[in-house]
Design a protein. Structure first.
Length: 137
C-alpha cells in the first residue's frame, strides 16, 4: 500500500503518539483531548485503560477499528484481550484432566477392573457356548 495508516493515530494533528508495543502507547495532547485510533479489529474481549482507568472502546471506520478518548496532557493507553469464553474453556480442560487422573488412579488401585480384549480362541469358545445355549432353549 502506498500510504498505510499507522497502527496508532489521533484525530488531532497537535498530538504525538509514542508506541511501546501493539498493546501500549503514550499519547501527548498539549492543546486539548483527542481520540486515539488503533487499527486493530474490534471484537468482544478487548478492554482498554487510559492512565490506569478502564474506558469504553468505541469503533470507527464502519465499526472496524478501535478508538478511545484521551484527555489533554500525557496519557498512557493500555489494551488487553481475553476471548469471551476462555474462562469456560480453561475450566473444562481442568475438569477433563482431573477426570483422567481419577480414572488412572482407579485403574492402578483396581487392576482387575480393567477390561482386556478376548483372544480369538476365547471369543470362539464363548460363541460356541452361546450358540449351544440358544440351541438348547
Amino acid at each position: 500500500m502506498p500510504h498505510p495508516r499507522a497502527f496508532f493515530s489521533t484525530r488531532s494533528s497537535s498530538c504525538t503518539v509514542t508506541t511501546a508495543n501493539v498493546n501500549k502507547t503514550t499519547v501527548n495532547c498539549p492543546n486539548g483531548g483527542s481520540t486515539l485510533i488503533r487499527t486493530e479489529l474490534m471484537m468482544a474481549g478487548w478492554k482498554a485503560s487510559v492512565n490506569g482507568k478502564a474506558v469504553t472502546i468505541k469503533t470507527v471506520d464502519h465499526g472496524v477499528y478501535q478508538s478511545v478518548k484521551v484527555p489533554q496532557g500525557t496519557s498512557t493507553v493500555t489494551y488487553s484481550f481475553l476471548p469471551p469464553h476462555e474462562k469456560y474453556a480453561i475450566l473444562l480442560a481442568l475438569l477433563a484432566a482431573l477426570f483422567l487422573v481419577v480414572v488412572w488412579v482407579y485403574e492402578r488401585r483396581n487392576p482387575h477392573a480393567r477390561t482386556t480384549p478376548l483372544s480369538r480362541r476365547e471369543r470362539r469358545h464363548h460363541l460356541r457356548r452361546y450358540r449351544a445355549h440358544l440351541h438348547d432353549a
